[in-house]
Design a protein. Structure first.
Length: 134
């Protein structure tokens, strides 16, 4: 159900051509009319590190990255490794950093929630020097 809420959030907050990365991109796309290409599966971005992941997001024009507790809390899970979820692991905490601005958390239960982040432009980090958003 959290991904249905994510689709609603996207419709209410995102621009018509803004792309989003999530581990259940096809599920979100089912609830959003229009171009399914706006939703990118986390596993389709092959990256060597979290920094490489955000660089590839910028290169592809991706605006939003979603971390989900359904898989993100289980690094031993097959799909966690297969989809490279270690590259979004820093987004488990709802705190921005030089690469991401934390936007909101969608909570269904204590165990099921999504953290939504905006990818910061590469030339414009806003940080207080301690990794926290200003």
């Amino acid at each position: 159900i959290e991904f249905k809420h994510l689709a609603r959030w996207y419709v209410e907050n995102a621009g018509p051509d803004e792309k989003m990365v999530t581990s259940l991109s096809s599920t979100v796309a089912l609830f959003v009319p229009g171009d399914r290409d706006r939703f990118v599966h986390t596993g389709s971005i092959r990256a060597d590190s979290p920094k490489d992941f955000v660089r590839k997001c910028r290169d592809q024009g991706i605006i939003y990255v979603v971390w989900d507790s359904r898989l993100g809390r289980f690094p031993e899970n097959y799909h966690y490794r297969l989809w490279g979820l270690e590259n979004v692991a820093p987004l488990a905490e709802p705190v921005g950093n030089d690469d991401y601005e934390f936007l909101t958390r969608i909570t269904v239960s204590e165990e099921r929630f999504l953290n939504i982040f905006r990818v910061r432009p590469s030339d414009g980090p806003v940080s207080d020097g301690f990794g926290q958003d200003k």
